[in-house]
Design a protein around this ligand. Structure first.
Ligand code: BES
Ligand code: MN
Ligand code: ZN
Length: 524
């Protein structure tokens, strides 16, 4: 049984088979620390007259995590090549408490396959003194898939170098032909792995959708185009409602509209509902995403350097739509609503000015002192809307909200803010389970004070310090105290991502695996 994804950003096909030694082609074997082999790898080594161990010794390969050993045409095995992947102390995660070790191992395996430029290979998933169950194997396979993602949409064959650094003007030229890779995963219980992998595939699709959206340049992904991507979830059984400008005006979303008004491209809000719970009337969990398709800063214009990164300022919205995709694709037994605010923040004759006062949907007025603090304006109206119309049992918003969260946490953790300890603990647990890590940050009245305005109910920026926290305080003013709410600032984790074993893409798709896991562990 092979798996082909409905999304086009991977050329990897995976199938599962019984745990046997391959007799031809290329084989991937695992070794744990101190060059410990499982039964099959040990047998192959003996059959080759100790060839594998000798090669390991010569290369100084000891099975440590992140190391690999490639042996060409080892004697007596009939194999073209053997790649031994170091699994280290297998199953341990990327850092204390994290549980993403199998994913990372899968990524490492795929990385070795890619480096060797193999079209096909058999990976023998066997370790000494450890039985990998279906779930472990499915996680390894998911790691392979996640690693295999590449955004090649704009790479053509018409010149440029191998890394694609060429001038534009290649319109209409042929795109690089995708090469399909086949991986056979030989494991203890292929049936169970296959079953567990169904959900993994749904997760990979959601992550790929989010990565695709974050990677897409803003000239080709405006609010309307993004809304169309949301609408496409209709074919998975998601109910999608697109609110156009007239509707947004009728709903009095004055804060969100103020952000979009400088752009030639009209705003949209997309509302996606997945009704998978046994009772259709069960209160939904709500996901809210910042979808600024490009953030120039508006009249409070950003500096030129690095501004191109602001095509990714819709990473929160991308995570929400990706999560909705995953939930629908794996038919999650939950009611969920996803809402994304899609706007472009541009300076123009029609743009909001510093000092302008806008009225949010909630009725609260906001003095806009910096038009670059726009994400919170978008989220304010989305938060109010979703509570008004969907009465959610919990609300989680995701946003590339502040540079300040990157100053605080770097690119390793997303910032978590919450008005509810139980919800926060659940999100932290999902973070540990997936390796999409979050770090809880404080909220408090002393920070809230900074938002006092001379003229309106509040201003949209605080003072110099604690910028990620004052942004969260601002959002809190649009959340009912009795609704469990969490805000996740993903400015450091959604884009310009540090490449790792399971992600080689600029847009990481951060949030999809986290939210899917949260739903699975706490709401299904
Ligand atoms: N989209 C940015 C935040 C951001 C910065 C995301 C870098 C990813 C990378 C946000 O809209 C913004 O401009 N925030 C300002 C707020 C400030 C004006 C109070 C910031 O962080 O500088
Ligand atoms: Mn901004
Ligand atoms: Zn922004």
């Amino acid at each position: 049984m092979s798996s082909s994804l409905s999304l086009s950003s991977t050329q990897l096909e995976i199938e599962f088979s019984d745990l046997e030694a391959p007799t031809g082609g290329s084989a991937i074997l695992l070794a744990a620390d101190k060059l410990k082999f499982g039964a099959i790898a040990g047998r192959l080594d003996r059959k080759s007259g100790g060839n594998l161990r000798r090669a390991a010794k010569a290369a100084g390969f000891e099975g440590r995590q992140e190391s690999t050993l490639e042996v060409l045409a080892p004697s007596g095995l009939g194999l073209e090549r053997v790649i031994v992947v170091g699994a280290g102390n297998p199953g341990t995660g990327s850092s204390a408490g994290a549980d993403d070790g199998w994913l990372l191992l899968g990524g490492q395996i795929y990385g070795a396959v890619e480096k060797a430029e193999l079209d096909a290979a058999t990976a023998v998933l066997e370790l000494p003194k450890k039985t990998l169950d279906g779930r472990n194997v499915a996680d390894i396979a998911l790691g392979m898939l996640l690693r295999s993602y590449a955004f090649k949409k704009y790479k053509t064959d018409s010149g440029g170098d191998a890394t694609g650094n060429k001038a534009s003007g290649n319109k209409g030229k042929r795109r690089k032909a995708p090469k399909t890779r086949h991986l056979v995963v030989a494991c203890k219980s292929p049936k169970a792995a296959e079953r567990a992998f169904k959900a993994s595939r749904a997760i990979a699709e959601g992550v790929f959708l989010a990565r695709d959206l974050v990677n897409e340049p803003a000239n080709n992904l405006g609010p309307v185009e993004f809304a169309e991507r949301a609408e496409a979830l209709g074919k998975l059984g998601v109910e999608v409602d697109i609110l156009d400008e007239t509707r947004l005006e009728a709903e009095k979303m004055g804060a969100l509209l103020a952000v979009g008004q400088g752009s030639a491209r009209p705003p949209r809000v997309a509302v996606m509902r997945w009704q998978g719970a046994p009772s259709p009337r069960a209160k939904p969990i709500a996901f809210v995403g910042k979808g600024v398709v490009f953030d120039t800063g508006g009249i409070s214009l950003k500096p030129a350097k690095g501004m191109e990164d602001m095509k990714g300022d819709m990473g929160g919205a991308a995570a929400v739509i990706g999560t909705m995709h995953t939930l629908a694709r794996r038919k999650a037994k939950v009611n969920a609503v996803g809402i994304v605010g899609l706007v472009e923040n541009m300076p123009s004759a029609k743009a909001t000015r510093p000092g302008d006062i806008v009225t949010s949907m909630s009725g609260q007025t906001i003095e806009v002192l910096n038009t670059d603090a726009e994400g919170r304006l978008v989220l304010a109206d989305l938060l109010h809307y979703v509570q008004t119309y969907h009465k959610p049992k919990a609300v989680i918003d995701l946003a590339t909200l502040t540079g300040a969260i990157m100053v605080a946490l770097g690119q390793e953790y997303a910032g978590l803010f919450a008005n509810d300890d139980r919800l926060a603990a659940r999100i932290e647990a999902a973070g540990r389970a997936t390796g999409e890590r979050v770090w809880r940050m404080p909220l408090g009245a002393a920070y809230d004070k900074q938002l006092r305005s001379q003229f309106a109910d509040m201003r949209n920026i605080g003072s110099r310090w604690g910028g990620a926290i004052t942004a969260a305080q601002f959002l809190k003013r649009f959340v009912d105290d009795k609704t469990p709410w969490a805000h996740i600032d993903i400015a450091g984790t959604a884009m310009a991502s540090k490449r790792n074993a399971i992600n080689r893409s600029w847009g990481s798709g951060f949030g999809v695996r986290l939210l899917d896991r949260l739903v699975r562990d706490a709401y299904e």
